[in-house]
Design a protein. Structure first.
Length: 282
């Protein structure tokens, strides 16, 4: 009787051990950082991985929260597939963060408590394709992307930074792009905003107090395909109006353009504009 009991106990232990060894391991945790996901997306394809990180600002909040990348796609079809895949990854990551995607004028934002006074941004995702740079992207459209995300600073600092980078907090006046609108059509370049619409940032404050600094201004109208960047040194500042001796005119927005392409320009011409119209450049 005792022998039989011991045998049963041993057999039960053996079964438990075997069951434990053959059981399915717990699923790996879902990556919740969209900056990490986006970086993996860029390096997981031979064409995309040939691009470069761009527009890494020197000033808060861009240098803290923003990640920008650009590359030349293999074809128009591949660019469209990349855009769709990028937003699928954004949606998946947003769900992993218990968030909801909403489309604003600037980017698609993942938020918690959407369309309520408690709405909080989690991250933003933006990717577009354009064939304007066909002369430097012979295989397919030029594709830029941007991610804005915070995982390190407190909530108030993050929300303030997100606002400066384009997030529009909930209000009864906020416009949200319909979710059924094509993501590819959401983020076409628009005319340069008027200076009074630009936020006053740490970079703007630096520009308004540093005569002699090299700065740039990007301008684009509806009739222009690329727009242009003016580059020069600050000559004087008066009541936040910055006078710059512009000595270069460059094709497109040099913060995202795939190459520096000079355009015909004077030896030097003074441009005066609000400090918010300029940005630091090299």
């Amino acid at each position: 009787m005792r022998k039989t009991l011991l045998t049963r106990v041993s057999l039960a232990g053996l079964i438990a051990t075997v069951a434990g060894c053959s059981s399915t391991p717990p699923p790996a945790p879902v990556e919740k950082s969209f900056k990490t996901i986006a970086s993996q997306f860029m390096t997981s394809d031979a064409t995309r991985s040939q691009g470069t990180v761009v527009d890494k600002g020197m000033f808060y909040p861009k240098e803290t929260f923003s990640f920008s990348y650009r590359y030349c796609s293999a074809s128009a079809e591949q660019a469209q597939q990349d855009i769709e895949q990028f937003y699928q990854l954004a949606n998946k990551t947003c769900k992993a963060n218990s968030g909801t995607m909403i489309n604003q004028d600037t980017d698609a934002w993942c938020v918690s408590h959407p369309n309520t006074p408690d709405e909080t941004p989690i991250f933003s995702a933006r990717i577009t394709s354009t064939d304007l740079w066909a002369d430097v992207c012979p295989t397919g459209p030029f594709v830029p992307m941007r991610v804005i995300e915070n995982k390190d600073v407190d909530k108030v600092a993050w929300i303030d930074g997100a606002k400066l980078l384009g997030y529009q907090p909930y209000s009864v006046h906020r416009k949200v792009v319909p979710s059924n609108q094509s993501q590819a059509a959401l983020f076409n370049e628009k005319e340069t905003p008027a200076p009074e619409q630009e936020p006053w940032t740490e970079e703007t404050g630096f520009i308004a107090t540093h005569v002699g600094e090299t700065v740039c201004m990007y301008k684009k109208t509806k009739d222009e395909a690329y727009g242009v960047t003016y580059k020069g040194k600050i000559q004087s500042v008066n009541d936040n109006r910055v006078s710059v001796l512009a000595t270069e005119k460059l094709k497109g927005d040099i913060r995202i353009a795939p190459e520096i392409d000079p355009l015909p320009w004077y030896k030097g011409a003074v441009i005066e504009a609000d400090a918010r119209s300029w940005f630091i450049c090299q």
